[in-house]
Design a protein around this ligand. Sequence first.
Ligand code: PLP
Length: 467
Amino acid sequence: MLDDMFDYLEHIRERPVWQPMPGDVRAKFRSDLPVAPSELSAVHDEFMRDILPYSNGNVHPGFMGWVHGGGNAAGMLAEMLAAGLNANLGGRDHAPIEVERQIVRWMIELFGFPKTASGLFVTGTSMANLISVLVARDAALGFETRRLGVGGVERRLIAYASTAAHESLRKAVDCCGLGSDALRLVPVNPRHQMNLAALKQMIESDRRAGFTPFLVAGTAGTVDIGAIDDLDGLAVIAHEERLWFHVDGAFGALGILAPEIAPRLAGIEAADSLAFDFHKWGQVPYDAGFVLLRDGELHRKAFASQAAYLERETRGLSGGSPWPCDFGPDLSRGFRALKTWFTLKVYGLHALGGTITQTCELARYLEQRVAASAELELLAPVQLNIVCFRYRCPDADRANARIVAELQESGVAAPSTTRINGQLAIRTAITNHRTSRQDVDALVDAVLALGRLAVPVDAEVEEAVYD
Ligand SMILES: Cc1ncc(COP(=O)(O)O)c(C=O)c1O
């Protein structure tokens, strides 16, 4: 199995980035409960035949869709070790929790948080955003809200994020019982950064209307185009207005490892909470989300609970309190920290920062290739590793959606789509350390070839291409 996975990584370029799963293969996953045992080798054969070839494709250097990290071999091996130990990191006194605590301390140092801050591995930034909003809610309403719920609360809490913020923030506000309307979307400037004057006006008008503004979320790396909000400016407003300052740094926060990006993140150190993923730009295999809370005590008070069967002791296995389960909703938790620990130690922060720099350079190279072709147009300024562009043609939304689907199905490259000012864009987020200029060239060449095919010269051609 190890050989198979090393071969997979070594020869990844020889595979299609992604390929659709044939119906007969999909049907195999509808088979009955496996009551009788099978040979391990037979199940492994099934994996090689029916699962591996139809995976997501984000290990491939041609994968540029959404914001998917490429993973790494050291992290993969660490996952095997973690599964062998089968440690449960909900609590108790053992070394795996010390690994997680070490990463918490490292992140506190990296992001300039105080030593009293706390942190936790979670599935991803969606969960990290949720935990952050929940702690902020309880800090605003009082911790008795945990017992009484928000039903009887008269003060209607309001949160702010930009129109470019990730949807998971809305989900977080919703899951915290505040109602998704409680998230106000603040307009952005042409570089997709939150308009701070508009934010101030919205806060003022909400206060006048009797609402209680409680949180502002800045984004470090917006999902559509990779914009970084003015975090310093947001920190000042949050301080003046007594708001919780959250930063959604899903992929962009780790830009702090790249010397040319770090200054643009100034203000992140003032956040009350920071959500980010190691599984994106950090190249750690999925999943490895992370949340840092400036005030570790508030964090603990939002989640700690008591149960006789989870009694803490000063000695024995029940020592080592507080436990990770005191800082989040999960009791049973896997050893996500180990693959992250291996990745950070084996490659070092310098190389990980270098990868981030390299993906941004590739984005600028792609930007140049788009600019050099009269058939292509750039739809948004390139600020980090994301390039939004499209093929110029009539009915461009439909044609570019088709180009993306055909690109994905061709196995050559896998960008995704988004809408920029209402226009459908081919969106490429270069996140994988394996991606090179050769992959960017393959993408552009394929877009041009498919674009030329997609331009309906006459109805017959249109029929041939579209049907
Ligand atoms: C800015 C931003 N926030 C939140 C998320 C959600 O992160 P996750 O998919 O790890 O839950 C993403 C995902 O791409 C993102 O780009």
